[in-house]
Design a protein around this ligand. Structure first.
Ligand code: SF4
Length: 265
């Protein structure tokens, strides 16, 4: 493990579940034994829920007890990154600087790659949404108040607060290069004062989704094959949660990519 925090996308998945939110609320008060947690939330899938919280960097096990991490404490204090008031143009937006960059955890699907957290100053706040057209594959998510940018296998999430997370990064040098590139593209627009013209939303097809599925054709989802499942996903005739093999830790990054692609639909 490289650091004690994790990618915000994993955090968002971890905190999307009521049982895990309840566990976190217990851990804010004090560290707990597995038995105490089981008494409060029941034993069903408890190992899985704890694993999700640990993978997200929110909780950890120390001397047989479950504890909240510093990142978890910080998250529970702030709850989430709230977007600023939406702006109509880039007037008044100041150029960015990269002020922080940390390697976090190795990626679950590929331990030779890393999850990175970084920070831009000043925060883009309400101007962030305007930047979506600057990138060939990007989508602003109102739900999480962030711009999600896909660059090959790398997923970059820029929050209105200035926080930036990246997955599938090979090294700190690559992280710096990607961040500098991102900063340059954004700053060019800010310095020129040209607000990017909104363009058509990024198109996603089933072949792209298919490449991130387990491709075992196990039929657990009720479809004849992963390919058929991908077609139905794009047509919104099924839900990603029906592919339960994707919940296995080794597919965590694949799932993240698919969720991002589905945001583009
Ligand atoms: S459950 Fe997942 S891996 Fe199995 S066939 Fe469906 S899409 Fe493919």
């Amino acid at each position: 493990m490289v650091g004690g925090q994790a990618d915000v996308k994993l955090v968002s998945n971890a905190m999307a579940n009521a049982t895990r939110r309840k566990i976190m609320a217990m851990l804010v008060e004090k560290e707990r034994t597995n038995e105490e947690i089981e008494q409060a939330v029941g034993g069903t899938m408890l190992d899985y829920h704890l694993q999700m919280l640990k993978q997200a960097g929110l909780a950890d096990t120390r001397e047989g007890r479950v504890v909240i991490t510093d990142f978890g404490k910080n998250f529970m204090e702030t709850k989430s990154d709230k977007p600023g008031v939406a702006k109509k143009d880039l007037a008044g937006t100041r150029p960015l600087q990269v002020v922080d960059l940390r390697q976090l955890l190795p990626c679950i699907a590929d331990s030779s790659k890393f999850r990175i957290i970084a920070r831009f100053e000043p925060p883009l706040e309400g101007a962030l949404k305007l930047l979506e057209p600057l990138f060939p594959r990007a989508r602003y998510s109102d739900r999480i108040g962030a711009l999600i940018i896909q660059r090959g296998n790398i997923l970059i999430t820029v929050y209105s607060t200035g926080r930036v997370t990246m997955t599938m990064i090979k090294s700190e040098a690559e992280a710096r290069e990607v961040l500098e590139d991102l900063k340059k593209t954004i700053n060019e627009a800010i310095i020129k004062g040209i607000t990017p013209v909104p363009r058509e939303k990024v198109k996603v097809d089933h072949a792209e989704i298919y490449q991130y599925l387990p491709r075992t054709d196990c039929q657990i989802c009720g479809e004849q094959s992963c390919y058929a499942f991908a077609i139905k996903l794009v047509g919104r005739e099924t839900e990603i949660d029906k592919c339960t093999p994707l919940l296995e830790p080794r597919y965590a990054t694949n799932l993240e990519h698919i969720r991002t692609l589905l945001e583009y639909l």
